[in-house]
Ligand binder design. Structure first.
Ligand SMILES: [Zn+2]
Length: 208
C-alpha cells in the first residue's frame, strides 16, 4: 500500500512538471504567433509566398525560431526572435540583415501555418557539456553578445577581454553583431570558448 502511495505521488509530480513545461511552451508559441501576426499578418506578395513551407532544419529555442531556405544565391539562415517587445528578425541573404526581406516574412507565415513543425530545443546547461557533441550544442545555444555581457557583470570589459586574446574590440563587436544577423565568422566558436574560459577562471562567484 505504502509503495502504491509513493508511486502515485511521483506520478503527480511528473504530471505537474509536464503541465508546467507544456504551459511554458504554449506561452512561447503564443508570443511568437502574436509578434509575427503584428509584423506580417497581411503579408501576401508572390516573392514571399514561394518560400512559405520551403524551410528545413526548423528549430525553436524559447521565443526564437530559426530555419534554412534555398534562395537565389545559395542557402540562407533565417530567424525570428520574439523575446523582447519589438520583434527582431534576420536573414543571411544580401538584403536581409535588417530582417525585412521576403525570406523572414515567409518564415513567419510558415510558423503561423505549422508551428509544430519547428523542433523545440531546450538549451544545454554548461554543466552537462561532457563531449564535443554537447559542446557544439551549448555553443549554439548561447550568443557571443550574452557571453560578453556575462564578462561585464564579472567586471571584465569587452576591450580588455578582446586585447587579452589578441583581437581588436571593434572586430569582436563585428563578430558579435554578425551572429545576430545570421552571419557567422569562423572565429565565433573559438571566441565564445575564450569567454567561457575567462568566466570560469576570473568570475567573481567562482567556486574555490
Ligand atoms: Zn532573406
Amino acid at each position: 500500500m505504502a509503495h502504491k502511495r509513493k508511486r502515485s505521488r511521483f506520478t503527480i509530480c511528473i504530471e505537474q512538471l509536464e503541465r508546467g513545461q507544456l504551459s511554458m511552451k504554449n506561452d512561447e508559441v503564443i508570443a511568437l504567433r502574436e509578434a509575427i501576426e503584428a509584423r506580417w499578418g497581411d503579408a501576401n506578395g508572390y516573392k514571399m509566398r514561394r518560400y512559405v513551407d520551403k524551410f528545413w532544419d526548423r528549430t525553436r529555442r524559447g521565443r526564437t525560431i530559426t530555419a534554412l531556405v534555398q534562395g537565389n544565391h545559395g542557402d540562407y539562415t533565417v530567424s525570428i526572435d520574439a523575446r523582447e517587445s519589438t520583434l527582431m528578425s534576420a536573414c543571411s541573404c544580401y538584403k536581409g540583415k535588417g530582417g525585412y526581406c521576403h525570406h523572414c516574412a515567409a518564415l513567419g507565415q510558415t510558423f503561423l501555418a505549422k508551428p509544430d513543425s519547428f523542433i523545440a530545443i531546450v538549451p544545454t546547461p554548461l554543466e552537462d557539456v561532457h563531449d564535443l557533441e554537447s559542446l557544439k550544442a551549448y555553443l549554439n545555444s548561447v550568443t557571443l553578445v550574452d557571453l560578453v555581457k556575462q564578462l561585464r557583470v564579472n567586471g571584465i570589459i569587452q576591450k580588455a577581454f578582446a586585447e587579452s586574446i589578441g583581437m581588436s574590440s571593434r572586430h569582436l563587436s563585428t563578430v558579435k553583431s554578425s551572429e545576430l544577423h545570421n552571419r557567422y565568422y569562423h572565429e565565433l566558436g573559438a571566441t565564445k570558448l575564450a569567454c567561457l574560459w575567462v568566466l570560469e577562471k576570473f568570475s567573481k562567484n567562482r567556486k574555490e
